[in-house]
Write a new protein. Structure first.
Lengths: 148, 634
């Protein structure tokens, strides 16, 4: 069952590294998924995107957020903390996608009720497989919060 | 302590006692007093003997005199009175022929006669009767009377009831002259008043008509007395001498006893002195400061270290209250603590686990630790304080603390570095890997073969780099991510490791087996990694034939020894030690790909668990890796 049959899935990638953005975007493209991938380059932009502030007035509310941890200006930890606190945003699924495999980070993020914690593989083939699994899971297996 | 230890060995010569005796002032004094008493006794005896002679002579003379008087009175009353009336003449010259035997002597005449008769005997006295009123026939005699007669007459007419006496030397003999008053008696008054030749005719009864003198020689009595006296003195001297001998003997004996006692006391004293000397030497030599304090808190003894520690000289502290060394604010409290200690004295430590301060002479406060021991002596209860200067220890502790802090910081930085490596190094690596793969995928066959080869090598290098980073992270995390020690079943550890190596084992058709394995205390995930690395190596370096790995355990009493045995290519003996070093590889990457970190991680994990790791191997015949895990909880 795909709840998104009538529209493409909206995914927000929060990532500061251009190369990673490129690789991720390429991963999604090559997986040939019906996904609109939006990108912001730090936590602050992410919050403005989610709150539809400034130039983000017309953006859709993402179905899934892929959040990197280490970013300038406002990092992933702060973003997740703020999303959880915000009554209108706290339902959004947030998947941590990072190169950090520090135990402490994993513990901290789950304590903040992140939806999943995923370690970015170096190998692109593996990464592509991961993106496939990720989208399959989130957009076909899981029931997402219903739209208002 | 006695200074008289001239002859500490053997007994003194016998004469030494006497010489000592003579040298002893007390003994000499007592001896002199004794001799003085003896002299006084003898002198008293002589005196008494002399007085005895005189008093004996006196009473003899008295009796003599009384006898004469009594006889005369009797004669007068019983003879003269009766015969007077029978025409018998009573006259002084009764023996004249004219009386034809019909005359008797006058009483006084008879008295004189008797006296003269008695005087003829050696011991006899002489008698004399004389008066101021002499009958004519005796006038001449009266005129020639001597001084004693005059004095006696004078004294006795004055006091007729007394007697008058005097000792005189006459003709080389000593005499007692004893005179009494001759009173006119009733029976005599008539005669005397009627006698034709009477010089006085108005006699009344009781008048002193004359003096009766008895002279007794004393020389014989004196001689006898001297004889007695001599014997008596000899007796006295004998007793005195005997007393002196007893005195000397007893004193000598006492001296010997006291000498013996003194000798023992000296010996004991010298023993005590050497014991004290030893005690002092030990105290002086002690590396810790030692202070002996009495119940009042006064310092009795300190050693050199105490002087050095507190900066006082010996004399500045002896007799002072111990609180001189206590910080001023604590002095009052310290006194009560000190009293408490004497109430229940048992050895204890002060300042254990907290900072105790002592005050030096210059006011400097130093950290110290104090041990207190009660000492019971015959002078009372003392407390021996052993004081250890903690200044150096404190400094070392501080230094250690600083170093520990630095180490912790360094570890923290290392952690930070590891984290940076995990994230920041992998991010660009992912880019290189990603784009290399894009090239590989998108441009395969579009460039020439060499370009394809370059791209393949680049991807291979990136993957190797990726493994290196992952292994390095594992290595650095052995220390930092050691979970609290828990009970870990090595059978489960084995299973997990084999599960992770499933692909490699399958690919090589390997056989991995185990014996029974124990449960140990440790970090589960690290032990899994240890087991995985060792079994993985065994599978990897199997040589030409399929790997055969066997895991077993041996109970070594206090620890378990785990063995991982393979029949692979083996390891040359010279590499047995260095193989555990990080990045140490024995093969090229083409032969056996790897990072050279696996065994270094193993060693780190084993050390972290308090065990040892080593190997036994023969090149080409297989290798056995051993590691131990202590049974005690970590």
């Amino acid at each position: 069952m795909n709840i998104l049959v009538d529209r493409p899935a909206e995914v927000l990638l929060v990532e500061d590294n251009d190369n990673d953005v490129f690789i991720t975007r390429k991963g999604f493209e090559e997986a040939e998924l019906d996904v609109n991938l939006h990108h912001v380059e730090n936590g602050q932009e992410c919050m403005r995107f989610l709150r539809k502030e400034g130039r983000y007035v017309d953006v859709p509310t993402p179905d899934l957020i892929l959040l990197d941890l280490n970013m300038p200006v406002m990092d992933g930890r702060e973003v997740l903390t703020e999303i959880v606190r915000d009554g209108r945003l706290c339902e959004l699924p947030v998947v941590i996608l990072t190169t950090s495999c520090g135990k402490q980070d994993v513990h901290d993020m789950y304590k903040l009720r992140c939806s999943s914690y995923i370690f970015k593989p170096v190998d692109f083939t593996q990464f592509q497989r991961l993106i496939q699994q990720l989208t399959d899971y989130w957009f076909t297996v899981v029931v997402l919060p219903p739209e208002e | 302590m006695s200074t008289d230890i001239k002859n500490p060995k053997g007994k003194p010569a016998p004469w030494a006692g006497i010489v000592d005796l003579l040298l002893d002032r007390t003994v000499v004094l007592v001896g002199l007093v004794y001799i003085l008493i003896m002299v006084i006794l003898i002198w008293r005896q002589v005196q008494l003997e002399a007085r005895l002679v005189e008093s004996t002579a006196h009473s003899e003379a008295q009796r003599y005199s009384e006898a004469l008087t009594t006889f005369r009175t009797l004669y007068t009353r019983e003879v003269v009175e009766m015969l007077r009336h029978q025409d018998i003449v009573v006259t002084h010259d009764y023996d004249q022929e004219e009386y034809e035997g019909k005359a008797i002597p006058l009483p006084a005449t008879l008295s004189m006669l008797i006296g003269n008769e008695m005087a003829k005997k050696e011991l006899g006295g002489q008698t004399a009767l004389y008066s101021d009123y002499p009958f004519p026939w005796r006038e001449e005699e009266w005129k020639q009377r001597d001084q004693f007669a005059k004095d006696a007459w004078e004294a006795l007419t004055e006091n007729p009831d007394d007697s008058y006496q005097r000792f005189e030397n006459r003709n080389g003999r000593r005499w007692l002259r004893y005179a009494t008053a001759d009173r006119m008696r009733e029976s005599c008054v008539d005669c005397h008043n009627s006698h034709p030749e009477s010089p006085k005719i108005d006699w009344k009864e009781g008048d002193v008509r004359g003096v009766l003198e008895v002279s007794l020689p004393l020389d014989i009595a004196i001689a006898q007395t001297e004889l007695n006296l001599r014997e008596s003195i000899i007796d006295t001297l004998a007793i005195g001498g005997l007393g002196l001998v007893v005195f000397v003997t007893v004193i000598g004996r006492l001296r010997r006893v006291s000498w013996e006692l003194e000798r023992r006391v000296d010996k004991r004293t010298s023993q005590l002195a050497s014991a004290e000397q030893r005690f002092r030497t030990a105290v002086e030599a002690a590396a810790a400061a030692i202070i002996l304090v009495d119940r009042k808190g006064d310092i009795l003894l300190i050693n050199a270290e105490a002087e050095r520690l507190f900066g006082y000289s010996h004399d500045e502290l002896i007799g002072k209250e111990i609180e001189i060394l206590v910080p001023e604010a604590l002095r009052v409290h310290h006194r009560s603590l000190r009293d408490d200690f004497f109430e229940s004295p048992y050895p204890r430590e002060m300042g254990h686990g907290r900072d105790l301060l002592g005050v030096c002479k210059d006011g400097r406060e130093i950290p110290i630790e104090i041990g207190l021991s009660p000492i019971t002596t015959n002078e009372g209860l003392f407390v021996l304080s052993t004081i250890v200067d903690l200044t150096e220890r404190k400094q070392m502790e501080d230094e250690l603390r600083t170093l520990n802090t630095a180490l912790a910081e360094s570890n923290e930085e290392l952690q930070q570095f590891a984290y940076v490596a995990s994230h920041d190094l992998q991010t660009p690596l992912r880019s290189i890997a990603g784009f290399a793969q894009f090239l590989q995928k998108d441009y395969q066959g579009k460039l020439d073969d060499q370009a394809d080869d370059y791209i393949r090598r680049m991807v291979g290098g990136v993957k190797h780099m990726q493994t290196l980073i992952t292994d390095l992270l594992s290595y650095s995390r052995v220390e930092s991510q050691f979970a609290s020690s828990q009970s870990v079943d090595l059978k489960e550890v084995y299973d997990d490791a084999v599960e992770r190596l499933h692909a490699a084992i399958n690919d090589t058709n390997g056989v991995v087996a185990r014996d029974d394995l124990p449960t140990v205390a440790g970090d589960r995930s690290q032990l899994v990694q240890l087991m995985q690395n060792l079994i993985g190596n065994a599978v990897k370096y199997c040589g030409d034939h399929p790997p055969h790995v066997h895991v077993s355990a041996e109970d070594g009493g206090e620890e378990w020894t785990i063995a991982v045995r393979d029949y692979g290519i083996g390891i040359g003996e010279k590499y047995h030690e260095q193989i555990f070093e990080i990045f140490r590889r024995l093969h090229t990457d083409r032969e056996y790909p790897g990072t050279g970190i696996g065994l270094a991680i193993c060693r780190r994990i084993v050390h972290r668990h308090g065990g040892r790791i080593w190997l036994e191997s023969e090149s080409g015949r297989g290798t056995t890796f051993y590691f131990t895990i202590p049974k005690r909880a970590l």
